[in-house]
Write a protein that binds this ligand. Structure first.
Ligand code: ATP
Length: 468
């Protein structure tokens, strides 16, 4: 049992578990509860690709909606876009990705592994699996550059002219549409264009489940501003993004912004601040806020021969705007939220209770509704409450198995409240509301339970006791 006390060391077995055990337990929960499955699993899987199950697809949709509401819908100066994944090859030649979207790759002459030189401390020797390629003593080759873009062919003729790329970032779809949006919408600098969509990178190293995948989804926003105001906007968007993370209840001491050093900056960026999260394996990037300057628009202006400037009426001149870009992977955001919400609590009997302390606004199921037992009219009463509440909240009705097992199942998918109809409901019209985080139980009149739940969700704060 994980929580049992080790008398010699005075620690629980759970505390002695390694980081990888911790990550393994988060991953096991994502599988057990229908959040994430390995892709093509019945054929042995395909490395670094994953499928989202019924709970996962809900959580992912809620994350994207939340981001969209915060970055687009609630702002007058940001609009949305949905560009195609397949774009003209020239886009990627001109943007510098064909020549420069590379990672340094090294081979190990001993275990024959291939690793990213700048991520060796996060990689695993193929022979000595508990060691990194820096620790195992294997001899590494000099680094060489490996382009991360997936190449494919468009159309029936298989020649070089048909080569196209799967987009490695959604940003270029926005940048090449800058003029379209300027010309068709009533937007004025400074303004942003946001997009959520798939991106593909042929990553050298993968790992930590959905943290680094070859097919993933991004939420990006390009904010076009007057040159000279870019630093101010860069600061602004870093602060805005951090605020969003904190509002979701993610622990403040697990979040930080780390500026890039000059040698790690992407070829298009003047500055970049990564929002980093303290994962089970240490601090790592979840989101980047980059100052891309006028690099991309100027390149596309030259490459396409089309003007990508705006008219500055005060200065009476055409100006190519600077671009500040908050860019995040949806999947990495999903993993971050799960890692932060995951907790194991020891029950008085020594058993472990696993809980996702998700913010109620992200919970795939917000309210579980149960009859205590399947008799005495309880199922009918519980169903009536379900039919009423499901128009206001994401609800689940469950009458199978013991009440303890039903609570435990919903704890593991992060359901913040359960409503139980019992013997007293028929006589006094009240139900029990059980709180996931505090385990408190309140007796609430059935007819006002909706208002009670709404207030409890609005008041939610992350419990101090939740540890991961
Ligand atoms: P890393 O250094 O981890 O490879 P990056 O700096 O290359 O990431 P960006 O190009 O800034 O990443 O992409 C923006 C965001 O897209 C990242 O912060 C991350 O959340 C997400 N992302 C990038 N690559 C992947 C991937 N292979 N799998 C999942 N998400 C990714």
């Amino acid at each position: 049992m994980n929580g049992a006390l080790n008398r010699a060391s005075g620690t629980t077995a759970r505390e002695e578990n390694t980081v990888s055990d911790h990550m393994e337990r988060v991953v096991a929960l994502t599988k057990r509860r229908g959040f994430v499955y390995p892709s093509s699993e019945i054929y042995g899987g395909l490395q670094a690709t994953y499928d989202y199950g019924p709970m996962g697809v809900e959580l992912k949709r809620l994350i994207k909606d939340d981001w969209w509401r915060d970055v687009v819908s609630q702002r007058e100066n940001v609009v949305g876009l949905d560009a195609s994944i397949l774009m003209a090859a020239r886009v990627w030649e001109v943007s510098g990705h064909v020549a420069g979207f590379n990672d340094p790759m090294v081979d190990c002459k001993t275990c024959k592994g291939r690793f990213r030189e700048d991520k060796l401390e996060q990689s695993q020797c193929l022979k000595k699996k508990k060691m990194t390629p820096l620790e195992c003593g294997g001899e590494l080759t000099e680094p060489r550059l490996f382009n991360l873009m997936f190449k494919t062919k468009a159309g029936p003729i298989d020649d070089d002219a048909a080569t196209i790329y799967l987009r490695p970032e959604t940003a270029q779809g926005i940048l090449v549409n800058f003029k379209n949006v300027m010309d068709t919408m009533r937007v004025k600098i400074p303004f942003g264009i946001a997009q959520i969509g798939k991106a593909f990178r042929n990553e050298i190293v993968t790992g930590n489940q959905i943290f680094r995948m070859r097919e993933f989804e991004q939420m990006e926003m390009e904010f076009f501003c007057e040159p000279g105001t870019d630093e101010e906007w860069w600061e602004y968007w870093k602060a805005e993004r951090l605020r969003w993370w904190e509002e979701l209840g993610v622990r403040k001491d697990h979040l930080r912004i780390r500026p890039h050093s000059d040698d790690e900056l992407a070829h298009y960026a003047r500055a970049c601040g990564d929002v980093e999260y303290k994962y089970p394996w240490g601090w790592d990037e979840v989101e980047g806020v980059a100052n891309r300057t006028d690099y991309d628009l100027k390149k596309h202006q030259e490459g396409s021969g089309r003007g990508l400037a705006y008219r500055d009426e005060e200065k009476k001149e055409w100006v190519v705007p600077y671009v500040v870009e908050p860019a995040m992977g949806v999947d990495r955001c999903f993993l971050t939220i799960l890692c932060d919400a995951y907790a194991e609590h020891e029950k008085p009997n020594g058993e472990i209770r696993t809980v996702l302390h998700l913010h109620p606004r992200l919970a795939p199921v917000q309210v579980g509704i149960f009859p205590l037992v399947k008799k005495d009219g309880m199922p009918d009463r519980a169903r009536a409450i379900y039919d009423d509440l499901k128009t206001h909240f994401r609800c689940l009705y469950d009458q199978a198995g013991s009440i303890g097992k039903r609570y435990a199942r919903l704890d593991e998918i992060g359901t913040p409240f359960c409503v139980t109809v019992d013997g007293d409901t028929a006589t006094d019209g009240t139900v029990t509301v059980r709180h996931r985080d505090s385990l408190d139980q309140d007796r609430v009149p059935a007819e006002t339970v909706g208002a009670f739940l709404r207030a409890a969700m609005a008041d939610w704060t992350r419990p101090e006791t939740a540890t991961a």
